[in-house]
Design a protein around this ligand. Sequence first.
Ligand SMILES: O=P(O)(O)OC[C@H]1O[C@@H](O)[C@H](O)[C@@H](O)[C@@H]1O
Length: 299
Amino acid sequence: MNIAQLTTDFAIADQLAFVEGKGGVPCIQVSNSHADALISIYAGQLLSYTPKGAADVLFVSDKAYYASGKAIKGGVPICWPWFGADPEGKGRPAHGFMRNRMWDVWATRGNADGSTTVILGVESSPETLAIWPHAFKLAVEITVGNTLQLALVTQNTGDAAFTLTQALHTYFSVGDIAQTTVTGLEGRQYIDKAAGAGDAIRPQAGAVTIAAEVDRVYLNVPAALAIQDGAQNRTIHITSSGNKTAVVWNPWAKIAAEMADLQDDDYTRFVCVETTNAVDDVVEVPAGSEFRLVAEYAV
Ligand SMILES: O=P(O)(O)OC[C@H]1O[C@@H](O)[C@H](O)[C@@H](O)[C@@H]1O
């Protein structure tokens, strides 16, 4: 990927530039009157969203890998066309094959309200067809403004319907996990995927607090959730559409220490609240049609 060519084709003066990121990964730096953002073209992954005068909304591990074939730990990884383990048990990677490959830049634009939109995409190829036998175009549309808007857009370009599960696997930065709650899920049922829980289904009593490993798929979720970050004294509002499920994940101390791309105490600094089509929330995309999974973050 050639930074000079991308600059010629897609840069926007005083607003959007192409830069070489960590590990030589090609990135897009957005800086407008509302916010700054860093977007990795590798993995189609937003890495940073910093509204003016505020701290970064997203967490990225200092030990994250920036290498072909590996996922970047943090920001907004894209899980597609399956969420979690390989649904067919064929040994393909967890969370699909979009978070560890190069994407293309499809479009950039400055909007009238001062926000900036970046569209990255991947099209099916002989390589993807060997992993997953369906013709598609997948785009992530990222609009950086006084809110952050994300749309994961799947187009079925083949001649038969296909099904998928997927996620915007967002790592939100928090000041201290002990002073963090997730609201909006009160009274909802969740599948408890934490170690030893055996996928039990439980009701959520009150706001979600995190004081141990949390790995939950919430069912029939509302469109609006929020993260209350007591230590940084801020609330992140999450609004979504296209999903019936949402995942809350924090590995806690033991699993974080086992993950080579997290520092031992990083579990205190993030919570993943993921906009998902997971478990039974399987999406069918008919031939020739498009499906949009959308999330918006506001501080
Ligand atoms: O370490 P990975 O592959 O990015 O996955 C992180 C976590 O992602 C979450 O979405 C899953 O619910 C967890 O089970 C998983 O451990």
